[in-house]
Design a protein around this ligand. Sequence first.
Ligand code: G1P
Length: 298
Amino acid sequence: MTGSNVRKAIFPVAGLGTRFLPATKAVPKELLTLVDRPLIQYAMDEARDAGIEQFIFVTSRGKTNLEDYFDAAPELEASLAERGKKRLLEAVRRTTLDAGQIASVRQHRPLGLGHAVWCARHLIGDEPFAVMLPDDVVASAKPCLKQMVEVHAETGGSVIAAMEVAPEQTESYGILDVMSSTGRVAPVRRIVEKPKPSEAPSNLAVIGRYILTPDIFDHLSAGTRGAGGEIQLTDAIAAEIDEGRNVFAYRFSGQRFDCGSKAGFLQATVAFALADPDLGAEFDDYLHAVIAMRKAAE
Ligand code: G1P
């Protein structure tokens, strides 16, 4: 445990995953698999490693598979135990949490990330909490959310994961204007959702990990529409900054993959396959052979 008071995490998983159709016609995007773990499992494992004790899913119609994924599987576990498959049994057990540790609420209409977070307000109550977007997968020695929880224990306020992106990509992200600082943590002066490159205050982008304070719900309650006509989490954070509350950008250590895009998903698959103790060496040989063949054919 980290000694932090961040115990709850919200996972907004109501999106349709249209970029992965037709796969996502029947399988929620969050159950698409990197090597042998679905995206949601990476987020869950990261949250658990950060000391999170309560996991709140904001779901929508057609996402029941996702809730089933975290349910107990007594027949499967018994069969694996009987056959002495210890590693697999352990992997399956990691998908189940204690009774009452998981809750889900429905987002009835796709009104945006801010609205999704607001849907979980009654389950959060009056304490700081994390928001994790499972599309953003971060490979790092120390899990990204754990790094942030440690920062939050020092700074209080809100802590937002940040990384520099190519200047032409600002329209895909929340973009931060921060005060200068020498370390990884910088106070945020301004935050804007998906600005055009010509209007962006910087190229420091928000990545899908947030530690927020419950007063954010006051701003989300207003239901104000922002970029793309959606209720944006970014705008509620901007309102907090305007009120003089502390919001910090944290340049995390690690490599982030945008698994909401096909290219990012494939890059993550390659990176995680190479890092896998069972597959890595063989897969590395395979990749080298593919590259050599392509070079020879040029
Ligand atoms: C959301 C947020 C955006 C953030 C991004 C990170 O956008 O609104 O501020 O930079 O996640 O992945 P989305 O990717 O859901 O459009």
